[in-house]
Design a protein around this ligand. Structure first.
Ligand code: TA6
Length: 298
């Protein structure tokens, strides 16, 4: 590849793109078009990758920004409108595409950023999911990270799906961060029998958290007092956001996850999940965009 700042490399079984640009470094696996690392120049990493990440064909990689599509989480916990498109029987968590090869369709760079576009190599899906639904993702990697996941419904029917950009953010220490802008926002607590709840204070993490916030604001912040920065996650199209930290006990049960890794990461996953799944009419396209940037503390 002769694009400035981008080199093709192999890590164990997987082909990856390494971005080394004056403004930022990044690593992307062609499997899942999964951004694995993102570090703006002169900063601590913004996106977290497990120290125990495995680069094996057909196996999801722990960390980065997995693309969850055309369903999020447990397929059977999705609305009927999403499930009606899915085959019966066992289905993997977080959809079909995060552990499959994608194609690099386009790459360019300038002094500001590297711009990449990946396409899922087929629009033929397991029945009864409609054929002709195309999936692509664009990434702009510079002083901020921008991603846009596009679903292009070229089929002759309406399609319902749930989706998320499952971002693992790097933090200094779980006791030093607060998730902001979710005060007063209703969430579904998957750890409390999927009951609805809300809180009037910024979220500090002191136990396992696995919440689906709905009707979320465009901007969610991760304030990190020890690294003296705030990660700003802007998601103009998302109608939901999952906040997840496995805490102590679940960390011991997770694959590719050190027992103390919960101290160094938090997931804030912009998407259209739970009762905020997306309906796309035939010949229509839908976008899920995120912009990740750093803000010095106020
Ligand atoms: O982040 C929400 C969540 O659904 C959690 O419940 C946890 O399962 C996490 O995703 C990780 O899922 P994975 O399949 O990548 O281990």
């Amino acid at each position: 590849m002769d694009i400035n700042y981008v080199t093709l490399c192999q890590i164990d079984e997987l082909m990856c793109l390494r971005v080394d640009h004056p403004q930022a470094k990044a690593l992307i696996a062609l499997q899942g078009a999964q951004l694995l690392e993102y570090t703006p120049t002169g900063e601590q990493p913004v996106i977290w990758l497990s120290e125990l990440a495995e680069f094996k064909k057909g196996k999801s990689i722990r960390g980065g920004i997995p693309i969850c599509w055309p369903w999020f989480g447990d397929a059977r916990k999705n609305p009927e409108s999403v499930q009606k498109h899915l085959p019966k029987g066992a289905l993997p968590a977080h959809g079909w595409v995060r552990d499959k090869p994608w194609l690099l369709e386009w790459a360019a760079s300038d002094e500001e950023r590297v711009h990449l576009r990946f396409r899922f190599p087929t629009n033929i899906w397991p029945a009864p999911f409609p054929n002709g639904v195309e999936l692509s993702v664009e990434m702009r990697i510079g002083t901020t990270l921008q991603m846009c996941l596009t679903t292009n419904n070229q089929s002759d029917q309406t399609v319902n799906f749930s989706q998320a950009l499952h971002s693992y953010f790097a933090i200094s220490d779980v006791g030093s961060v607060q998730i902001g802008n979710l005060e007063g926002v209703t969430y579904i607590d998957t750890l409390d029998d999927w009951q609805e709840n809300s809180s009037d204070t910024p979220l500090a993490i002191g136990e396992e958290v696995d919440r689906i916030y709905v009707d979320t604001p465009k901007v969610i912040t991760i304030a990190d007092s020890r690294w003296q920065r705030t990660i700003q996650l802007t998601s103009p199209d998302a109608k939901s956001a999952v906040v997840w930290n496995p805490w102590i006990e679940k960390s011991k049960r997770l694959g590719q996850f050190a027992d103390d890794a919960y101290e160094r990461m938090v997931c804030v996953e912009s998407g259209n999940t739970a009762n905020k799944s997306l309906l796309l009419r035939e010949q229509a396209a839908g976008h899920l965009r995120i912009n990740v940037g750093l803000r010095c503390p106020d």
